[in-house]
Write a protein that binds this ligand. Sequence first.
Ligand code: SF4
Length: 153
Amino acid sequence: MKTILCIVCPNGCRLRAEKSAEGEGYDISGNKCKRGVDFATAEITNPTRTLTTTVRTSFPGFPVLPVRTAGEIPKGKIREAMNCLNAITVSRPLGIGEIVAENILGLGVDVIVTSNILKETVWTLIINSAVISPTLPPALSATFPSITKTEHD
Ligand code: SF4
């Protein structure tokens, strides 16, 4: 018998999974709802997780940008996905929902940005500087050297 903590909702049911008497599938108990059965079955056969992490940026004021996978990926691929994301440096002011890595590891899942802080701050600085001067001041150019391309493009 396997014991699995259900993480689908805050109830945190302690699930028990036993090979069914017929030899196919599992009998799940300890669940307060059907989602627990689906979760336990997936945990045994193909556990998946949403990967939430950060990627580097080229913006000195924002060294990292929060990202997550747009869906779940196999638990066994998390380390490989992290290695892939560690090789990325964002050099455009991306915002929520914009793609940092498309179809990561060929798993059919994109990695997307989960915060607007970089985008909003960069564009606020640019707009404010444009009101004062039509050209980007040297100090701002140095702070945000490459707002038009990413190394991932
Ligand atoms: S079994 Fe249902 S109620 Fe229990 S933790 Fe999982 S989702 Fe929540």
